[in-house]
Design a protein around this ligand. Structure first.
Ligand SMILES: *[C@@H]1O[C@H](CO)[C@@H](O)[C@H](O)[C@H]1NC(C)=O
Ligand SMILES: *[C@@H]1O[C@H](CO)[C@@H](O)[C@H](O)[C@H]1NC(C)=O
Ligand SMILES: *[C@@H]1O[C@H](CO)[C@@H](O)[C@H](O)[C@H]1NC(C)=O
Ligand SMILES: *[C@@H]1O[C@H](CO)[C@@H](O)[C@H](O)[C@H]1NC(C)=O
Ligand SMILES: *[C@@H]1O[C@H](CO)[C@@H](O)[C@H](O)[C@H]1NC(C)=O
Length: 455
């Protein structure tokens, strides 16, 4: 029973040639443009079963709280519109001739004959291809706009919820949520795209095109995402993490990596120009070809992912880094390796490892960017993973082998980002990073979520 009759052909696995035609901008709302507003924020929680992160937001009218998988490399957000029905006074479908549909972000125009009209059934309606970034399954679903709500912030505390009236996302069926944290109902896309959550929010509220993530590894306390501000980002006890950041250019991979690719659109993932890795101050010899993005094939380079729990290194880099780490841990920290625990290959008895403000005392790993003095320092809290089970208590080097044919040579994963502040400045295409904020006497769980009435 076909739910959709596609007017445009479905270009599965093909790169369509699309002629860019002038098209109207999205203006489904008749209300006047909103006044200048404060930046917004969203709590980020970690799910300790899937080791993935969720972002909380309000959607629909009346507002309903949703937890969405945080996907730093996502092109557009999507939400399960089927489970329990979709009920909202403010949703609208998008006609196929609107700019967000034609020419670049959708390839399909849908019609619906077999059900009553509603969010998931309408004619001349723009359709998107929502993708699960973990198992790479794809749907074909109506795009919608609806009211998105996020709390405003002065950078220090929580203000009242601001509404972005025409927030664009795709519907999806519940089966696209496979392997997502329990209780999530979709995906929040923060990637490089005109229709990502930060771009839509900052555009709608005339805020700077800048967002920041401070992910907490804590079981109980949330971390925070700031949207539409380059700072301040104040954490208890009064530490502004927008100060003292190190900057490196954000790079893009010209070859998209979603199942459905979009002509002339780069991948939505953020890359950085890693040029070297140092362990305990000593450079690890690496294949430089792998560290650059191959513009033709899209292979190589260093990507940042919130969907991968641990940093994945291409096999030759993985071997070089783990060997260097084992050597320095032994020579400089007198740590004998013990039996490894999967998925890791280098572990130390917890009893042998001293502790510091930034986690276990182990050799620091520096991710060196465009010059020797621009590096992201990965301290013990971010390089090591504690594994405690019956008869075992070890700290393991928390990186995994990404395979000899890995697409990106280095994928920096969630564990390595926790208690680090990362600022994505899309206006100037640069990444600001703090390295471990534990060394500055705070954590990503130390944002003051107590509501104040500063608005
Ligand atoms: C889109 O197409 C419809 C029907 O052809 C037309 O009435 C409408 O004006 C177009 N929308 C815009 C915003 O151009
Ligand atoms: C779409 O158009 C067809 C043909 O005009 C009509 O039968 C159908 O009911 C319409 N569907 C909706 C959801 O309006
Ligand atoms: C976003 O839109 C602008 C202007 O329409 C365009 O120049 C730019 O290439 C678009 N970027 C993406 C990622 O779609
Ligand atoms: C470096 O990597 C490239 C790309 O995979 C490969 O072709 C080349 O042989 C490697 N060089 C060395 C010295 O291993
Ligand atoms: C958190 O914010 C509230 C409201 O602004 C304030 O009363 C409280 O003192 C703050 N807590 C800390 C620990 O700074």
């Amino acid at each position: 029973m076909p739910l959709h009759v596609l007017v445009l052909v479905l270009f599965l696995f093909l790169i369509p040639i699309i002629t860019v035609t002038p098209s109207p901008t999205l203006s489904l709302s008749t209300s006047p443009p909103p006044p200048l507003s404060l930046p917004l924020l969203a709590p980020i929680r970690k799910d300790h079963t899937t080791l993935r992160y969720t972002l909380s937001a309000y959607l629909k009218t009346p507002p309903q709280r949703l937890d969405l998988l945080l996907h730093l490399g996502g092109r557009f957000s999507w939400v399960d519109c089927y489970s329990g029905g979709y009920s909202s006074a403010t949703y609208r479908n998008i006609p196929c001739n609107f700019s967000v549909c034609v020419p670049l972000d959708s390839l399909a125009c849908g019609y619906c004959y077999d059900r009553p009209a509603g969010p998931t059934c309408s004619n001349d309606t723009c359709e998107y291809f929502p993708e699960n970034p973990i198992n790479r399954k794809v749907g074909l679903e109506n795009a919608l706009v609806d009211a998105l709500g996020l709390p405003s912030t002065d950078g220090s505390s929580l203000g009242r919820v601001e509404v972005v009236p025409d927030f664009l996302f795709s519907c999806a069926k519940a089966d696209l949520l496979a392997e997502f944290p329990k209780g999530t109902s979709g995906l929040a896309a923060l990637g490089f795209s005109n229709v990502s959550l930060p771009e839509l929010v900052t555009e709608a509220l005339s805020l700077p095109r800048c967002f920041a993530l401070c992910m907490s590894g804590s079981r109980s306390a949330a971390g925070v995402a700031f949207v539409g501000t380059a700072g301040p980002y104040n954490f208890i006890p009064g530490i502004d993490l927008s100060k003292g950041l190190t900057y490196t250019p954000i790079l893009l991979n010209p070859q998209g990596d979603t199942v459905i690719t979009y002509a002339r659109e780069p991948a939505a993932e953020y890359y950085v120009g890693l040029t070297a890795v140092r362990v305990n101050g000593k450079a690890v010899p690496l294949n430089a070809t792998l560290l650059a993005i191959d513009q033709e094939s899209g292979r190589g380079g260093t990507m940042i992912s919130t969907v991968l729990p641990y940093t994945a290194l291409q096999t030759s880099i993985y071997r070089a880094v783990t060997e260097a780490f084992a050597r320095e841990a032994s020579a400089a920290f007198h740590l004998p390796a013990t039996r490894p625990v999967k998925p890791f290959s280098l572990c130390y008895s917890a009893g042998d490892v001293a502790s510091t403000r930034a986690g276990p005392a182990v050799p620091a790993i520096d991710l060196v960017m465009q010059s020797e003095d621009v590096f992201w320092r990965v301290s013990g809290a971010n390089s090591m993973v504690r594994i405690t089970r019956k008869g075992t208590d070890v700290w393991c080097l928390g990186v995994v082998d990404g395979g000899a044919e890995a697409r990106a040579a280095v994928v920096i994963g969630g564990h390595q980002m926790e208690d680090n502040l990362l600022q994505f400045d899309l206006g100037s295409m640069r990444l600001g990073f703090s390295s471990s904020v534990l060394l500055r006497g705070t954590t990503c769980a130390d944002f003051n979520f107590t509501t104040s009435d500063h608005t």
